[in-house]
Design a protein around this ligand. Structure first.
Ligand code: CAA
Length: 241
C-alpha cells in the first residue's frame, strides 16, 4: 500500500512541485489549498492529485480536513507543511492584521496541522514531518519581521518536536528555501529583486520549485529515518550556516 502524503498549499508554487514529486515517488498525495479554486482545479486535472480546500489557520478546519482525507485515502504518514503567505512591510508601517495574518498561517498553521496527525503517527510508530521554512527565518529580511519571526519559529518547532518523536519512528525536519521562482516573488518589487536579492545569490539565479521538491522526497523516504531535527538550506549559496 502506498503511504499517504499531505502537502499544505500543495496546488501552487513550491507545494505543487512537492505534490508532484511525491506522487512520482509512489506516494498517494493529497494537497490543500486556501482559496484559489481555479488553480486547484487546473492542478487536479493536470495531475489527478486530489485537492482539499480549508484554512490552515483554523484549527477545527484542519481537524475536519484531516479526518476527511484519512477516511478516503488512509492514515497520513507524511505531512509537508508548505503553505505560507507574505505581507511584507517595514515594522514602522506594519499593521496588526499584517502581523497576525503571517503568524496565523505560517506558524499557527504548522501547529494546527501537526496536532491533527501526531497521534496517529505516534500510534503507528511512523511519520515524516517536513516543514518548509525559509532563508529569511535563518538570517532575517528587511521588510519581513512578521515572516522572519514565523519562519524562525518554525525552526524551533521542528527541533522541539523532533526531540519528542525521535524514539517513535517519526522524523521532523525543516527545509529553508532561498528565493525560488514562484508567484510569491511577485510581491517583491522588481527593482528590489534586481538590486538587493539577485546579486546576493552566488549561483546567479533564482531557485526552481523542483529543487525544493527533490529534498522533500529525500527526507520523506523510509531510509531517511536517522535524519531528524535538521535544517536543510537550499538557497544557491546565499546564506551558509
Ligand atoms: N536593505 C536595506 N535597505 C533597504 C532594503 C534592504 N533590503 N530594502 C529597502 N531598503 C530601503 C529603501 O532603499 C528605502 O531607503 P530610502 O528611504 O533611503 O530611499 C527604505 O528602505 C524604504 O523603507 P520603507 O519603510 O519606506 O519601505 P517601503 O514601504 O518602501 O517597502 C519593503 C519596503 C516592503 C520591505 C520592500 O522593499 C520589499 O517588498 N522588499 C522585499 C522584501 C523581501 O525580500 N521579501 C521576500 C518575499 S519572498 C519570500 O519571502 C520567500 C522566501 O521565503 C524567501
Amino acid at each position: 500500500m502506498a503511504r499517504v502524503a499531505l502537502v499544505t498549499g500543495g496546488t501552487r508554487g513550491i507545494g505543487a512541485a512537492v505534490s508532484q514529486a511525491l506522487q512520482s515517488a509512489g506516494y498517494l498525495v493529497a494537497a490543500t489549498y486556501a482559496g484559489n479554486t481555479e488553480a486547484a482545479k487546473a492542478f487536479a486535472s493536470r495531475t489527478s492529485i486530489s485537492s482539499y480546500q480549508w484554512d490552515i489557520g483554523d484549527f477545527d478546519a484542519c481537524a475536519a480536513g484531516v479526518r476527511t482525507i484519512e477516511a478516503s485515502l488512509g492514515p497520513i504518514d507524511i505531512l509537508v507543511n508548505n503553505a505560507g503567505i507574505v505581507r511584507d512591510s517595514t515594522l514602522h508601517k506594519m499593521t496588526r492584521p499584517q502581523w497576525d495574518a503571517v503568524i496565523r498561517i505560517n506558524l499557527d498553521g504548522v501547529f494546527n496541522m501537526c496536532r491533527q496527525v501526531i497521534d496517529g503517527m505516534r500510534a503507528r510508530r511512523y511519520g515524516r514531518i517536513i516543514n518548509i521554512s525559509s532563508i529569511n527565518g535563518q538570517k532575517g529580511q528587511f521588510g519581513q519581521t512578521n515572516y522572519s519571526a514565523a519562519k524562525a519559529g518554525e525552526l524551533g518547532f521542528t527541533k522541539a518536536l523532533a526531540l519528542e518523536t525521535a524514539r517513535l519512528g517519526i522524523t521532523v525536519n525543516a527545509i529553508c528555501p532561498g528565493y525560488i521562482h514562484t508567484e510569491m516573488l511577485d510581491a517583491v518589487p522588481q527593482d528590489v529583486l534586481e538590486r538587493s536579492i539577485l546579486p546576493h545569490i552566488p549561483v546567479g539565479r533564482l531557485g526552481r520549485p523542483e529543487e525544493i521538491a527533490r529534498a522533500v522526497v529525500f527526507l520523506a523516504a523510509e531510509e531517511a529515518g536517522f535524519i531528524t531535527g535538521s535544517t536543510l538550506s537550499i538557497n544557491g549559496g546565499q546564506y551558509m550556516i
